[in-house]
Design a protein around this ligand. Structure first.
Ligand SMILES: [Zn+2]
Ligand SMILES: [Zn+2]
Length: 78
């Protein structure tokens, strides 16, 4: 596979049904709970123990969750 974008705003989703992997941008405005596979059009929804589809299926956590992790660790150390 070619080089993937390494920014935190982009994540690699792997489809549950057809295992097709595709890169998608994560919108910052709202958490997304449904994503459609660009290959087989299967609809993936958020796992119940996760906050959004990106945390459920993506290679990267949702950007807001990444920020919370950073914030929490800085609060803990103070
Ligand atoms: Zn698919
Ligand atoms: Zn999430």
């Amino acid at each position: 596979m070619a080089n993937l974008p390494k920014t935190q705003m982009v994540t690699l989703i792997i489809c549950n049904d057809c295992q097709h992997a595709f890169v998608t941008e994560m919108p910052l405005i709202e958490e997304v709970h449904q994503i459609v596979c660009i290959h087989c059009e299967s609809v993936m929804t958020t796992n119940k123990d996760q906050c959004c589809v990106y945390c459920s299926y993506g290679s990267e956590k949702y950007p807001k969750m990444q920020l919370w992790d950073i914030l929490r660790s800085s609060l803990d150390s103070s």
